[in-house]
Structures are given as structure tokens and as C-alpha cells.
Design a protein around this ligand. Structure first.
Ligand code: NAD
Length: 281
């Protein structure tokens, strides 16, 4: 049986470190605060927001919600971000994505003050990750995967890691974080030839695609560590599933994250940790 890499255990460890830092900050009169900006009321965003608020408040981070209607104008949205930028009591800002189609997402990204970009959406944060410089924060999901490797003691140096997915939110930044830890990284994507063979040749496979059950028994090999970032709704079974067919992979590999209860359980802990680090600056 594969080792189950439970996100909750990782989250508890991160939260303990974060809460200790918050106690130190509060003793000096600084109350770390996160602004959450949401446009509309999509169910998955509401669910993530609830989780983020619970996690932040649990470690002593205050959360201010900014909720705008689905048909909000670009200018009102940008003005809201400017107000958050100018609020000295706020240390980080999470903008829930995706934004409605009529919103200019690029302007939104670049409007956010880089020092408050705790989810790595600005070009400055991305440049920092690419250059391996501490100019900002990586996206929380990418950082959450790295926290899982650290917590469970998986060495990355020299390891062959295949990251399936090349999005700016997960695949690309995560690949750079792995490279910075001296892993040998392959980025696989929708045009990759023979994905099963590519994945089987790796020591570690990270699936960040958003296609339920894309990776099955033919994509995995004995001894591998599998991290499944995907969160997909299975309409037939009425439950969340990952990009990996868990029941196919689990008997073969050495370790695997469940969905739900894997990467997703760590992401909001990383978010709270980033806010506290921003407050320490
Ligand atoms: P995205 O749609 O932006 O990117 C998907 C990537 O997968 C693309 O780079 C694409 O090239 C690749 N891809 C698509 N089809 C493929 C195929 N057949 N073979 C190989 N690669 C293929 O998605 P995203 O925002 O990166 O999210 C990916 C998944 O991670 C989603 O299920 C999302 O819900 C989940 N997610 C989870 C968390 C978390 O906290 N656990 C956070 C963010 C996203």
C-alpha cells in the first residue's frame, strides 16, 4: 500500500509555525491582515474563501472581505485594489480567480501592489520565481506542493520530476521551484507525445491539469511519489476527484496525495503563512 500524503498533517505543521510568528507580531502591536477580493459568487470561489477565512482566523490573521457584483466595472474593481494597496493595516491580498470575461485580468494583476501579492499573480512575483530571487511569493498552490515534499522528507535534488500542466498558477511556477531545489524537471502538457511513458520515467509525478482521471495505471511506476493537484467534479459519482485515478495508481506507487485532502488542504495554510511573512517585512 502506498503512503498516503495527507494535506491536513502538513497544514497543521505550517499553521503551528505561522501562529508562533503571529504571536510575536501581535506582541509588537502588528495584527497581520489579509484582504480577500471576490467578484460574483461562484460556488468554488465561495468554498475556497470560506476555507481561507477559517484557516487565517485560526492562526490569528484578520480577514477583510471585498465582494463586488458580477457586472462590476473595470474601474471600480481597480479602485478597490488601489484602496487595498493604500491600506497600511492590510499586508496581503487574495483575488479570487477567474474574474468575469469583461474584466481586464492583466490590468488587475498589475494593479496589485507587489508586496501584497501573497498568491504570486503579478509579473514581479513571477520574475522572482523565474530568477530564484525573493522578490515576492509563489502562488499558494505551487508552494503547497513544495511544503508536502518538505514535510514528508522527500529529497528533490537530482530527482526526475514530471509536472503535467503548464499554467501560470501551478505548472510553470512549481517547475521553477523544483528546479531551484535541483530537481531535473520535465514540463508535460496537452501536446506532449506519449504522456504515459514520460510520466513512468519519473521519480515524482505532479498532475496539475484539471482533467478527471487523466493519469491512470499506465502513467505510474513502482517507487514513485504522486502529487495530484487536480480538483474536478465527477458528476456521475457526485464527488471531487483528482487528475489521477487514485484506485489505479495507489497499489503501484510508493506515495500519493488524496483528492480531496491532499494539496488543497495545504493551500490556505500557505496563504496565511505568506500574509504573516508580508507583515514581518
Ligand atoms: P489550467 O486549465 O490553467 O491549466 C491546465 C494545464 O494542463 C495546461 O497547461 C494544459 O497544457 C495542461 N493539459 C490540458 N490537457 C492536457 C492533457 N490531455 N495532457 C497533458 N496536459 C494537459 O488549470 P490550472 O489552473 O493549472 O489548474 C489545474 C488543476 O488544478 C485544476 O483541476 C484545478 O482545479 C486545480 N487547482 C487546485 C488547486 C489546489 O489548491 N489544490 C489550486 C489551483 C488549481
Amino acid at each position: 500500500m502506498a503512503q498516503l500524503l495527507k494535506g491536513a498533517d502538513v497544514a497543521v505543521a505550517i499553521d503551528a509555525r505561522t501562529a508562533a510568528k503571529v504571536a510575536g507580531l501581535r506582541a509588537t502591536g502588528v495584527v497581520p491582515a489579509l484582504a480577500i477580493l471576490r467578484v460574483g459568487s461562484k460556488a468554488d470561489q465561495l468554498s475556497y474563501e470560506r476555507g481561507a477565512i477559517k484557516r487565517c482566523e485560526g492562526v490569528g490573521v484578520v480577514v477583510n472581505q471585498h465582494i463586488l457584483p458580477e457586472d462590476v466595472s473595470n474601474e471600480v474593481l481597480l479602485d478597490t485594489i488601489r484602496a487595498i494597496n493604500g491600506d497600511e493595516a492590510v499586508h496581503g491580498c487574495l483575488i479570487l480567480w477567474p474574474l468575469p470575461n469583461h474584466i481586464d485580468a492583466e490590468r488587475v494583476r498589475e494593479c496589485l501592489c507587489p508586496t501584497k501579492d501573497v498568491d504570486g499573480i503579478t509579473e514581479g512575483s513571477m520574475a522572482g520565481i523565474l530568477a530564484d530571487k525573493p522578490w515576492g511569493y509563489p502562488p499558494c498552490t505551487a508552494a503547497a506542493c513544495m511544503e508536502i515534499f518538505s514535510h514528508y522528507g522527500f529529497e528533490l535534488e537530482g530527482k526526475r520530476v514530471v509536472v503535467v500542466g503548464r499554467s501560470l498558477v501551478v505548472g510553470r511556477p512549481l517547475s521553477m521551484l523544483l528546479l531551484a531545489r535541483n530537481a531535473t524537471v520535465t514540463i508535460a502538457h496537452s501536446r506532449t507525445l506519449d504522456l504515459p511513458a514520460c510520466c513512468r520515467a519519473a521519480d515524482i509525478v505532479i498532475a496539475a491539469v484539471g482533467v478527471a482521471g487523466l493519469l491512470d495505471a499506465q502513467h505510474v511506476a513502482p517507487g514513485q511519489v504522486i502529487v495530484d493537484v487536480g480538483i474536478n467534479w465527477n458528476e456521475v459519482e457526485k464527488r471531487l476527484v483528482g487528475d489521477v485515478v487514485f484506485d489505479d495508481a495507489e497499489p503501484i506507487v510508493a506515495a500519493i496525495t488524496p483528492v480531496p485532502g491532499g494539496v488543497g488542504a495545504v493551500t490556505t495554510s500557505v496563504l496565511a503563512a505568506h500574509v504573516v511573512d508580508a507583515a514581518l517585512l
